[in-house]
Design a protein around this ligand. Structure first.
Ligand SMILES: NC(=O)c1ccc[n+]([C@@H]2O[C@H](COP(=O)([O-])OP(=O)(O)OC[C@H]3O[C@@H](n4cnc5c(N)ncnc54)[C@H](OP(=O)(O)O)[C@@H]3O)[C@@H](O)[C@H]2O)c1
Length: 252
């Protein structure tokens, strides 16, 4: 892989952290953002620097839409100071939240929280970053296996946010093709992270996931990180406007 810079939202922990480390292993430099996980983000940066690659962490709340211009300005300064560049190559829109919303008990506040973080923030941040993404670059959005299969009714509102991202991914790809920018959506199956309060890591949940997954186990953050590396590698240059599921074959 030739040297590229990837910007990862929510890179301090979970899938963003694993992707940052795996991209560094694959020869990429990274800018990660963090909201609450400042210390964890600093550890990721130190780990990547120890691998001999460049990494920087910047604060960003993806629901503070009015602060996006200031974030873009800070990013531009960072790119110039650290890489002597005025652009970056790949945007990995990873930051997201999960809230379970049982049918009949879903509130307006829950819907706003989910859509502000998983849809509106992703769309507006991407719009704000378009001038800084290099022509020929890539955008990778994060969807979910839950868009294809229904693992339980309480995931409906969350899955709807990811369904929106899948549709928008195709339109964004149509709009950015002239700049040579490919846009895809990666849809992880259930993966053991802190997501949604940590229930994904419980033995009971992992056992249930294993029983509905063709490859016979639950997903680990490294499984998704390798899929991210693949989709942001030169080998994937002709993959555009696609939903790629990484679930080990869940709910076939
Ligand atoms: N784990 C799964 O099973 C799974 C499956 C399918 C899709 N996904 C998707 O994968 C992505 C990452 O999930 P994960 O499993 O890594 O979850 P996680 O461990 O809970 O991490 C969530 C990440 O998102 C960041 N974040 C959340 N709200 C934010 C906000 N308002 N502004 C900025 N950053 C924010 C967090 O940053 P701070 O810690 O700094 O706040 C954290 O880095 C999400 O989009 C999720 O929907 C996960």
């Amino acid at each position: 892989m030739t040297e590229k810079i990837t910007l990862i939202t929510g890179g301090g922990r979970g899938l963003g952290r694993s992707a940052a480390l795996a991209l560094a292993d694959a020869g990429q430099d990274v800018v990660i953002t963090y909201r609450a996980s400042a210390d964890a983000a600093a550890e990721v940066v130190a780990e990547i620097q120890a691998k001999g690659r460049k990494a920087v962490a910047l604060p960003l709340d993806t629901t503070e839409f009015d602060a996006f211009p200031a974030f873009v300005a800070a990013l531009r300064e960072t790119l110039t100071a650290t890489w002597g560049r005025d652009s970056f190559d790949h945007l990995f829109n990873n930051a997201g939240i999960g809230i379970t919303t049982p049918v009949g008990q879903t509130t307006a506040e829950q819907i706003d929280q989910l859509f502000d973080t998983n849809v509106k923030g992703v769309m507006l941040l991407t719009e704000a970053l378009l001038p800084v993404i290099a022509d020929g670059g890539r955008i990778l959005n994060v969807s979910s296996g839950l868009v294809r299969y229904t693992a339980g009714a309480p995931y409906g509102a969350y899955a709807a946010t990811k369904g929106a991202i899948e549709v928008w991914t195709r339109y964004l790809a149509a709009g950015l093709g002239a700049r040579g920018i490919a846009v895809n959506a990666l849809a992880p199956g259930a993966t053991a992270t802190d997501f949604g309060g940590g229930y994904l890591m419980s033995d009971e949940f992992q056992k249930q996931v294993s029983s509905v997954t063709a490859l016979g186990r639950g997903g680990q953050a490294d499984d998704i990180a390798l899929a991210v590396v693949t989709l942001l590698s030169p080998s994937a240059r002709w993959i555009n406007a696609q939903r790629v599921e990484a679930s080990g074959g869940a709910y076939l």
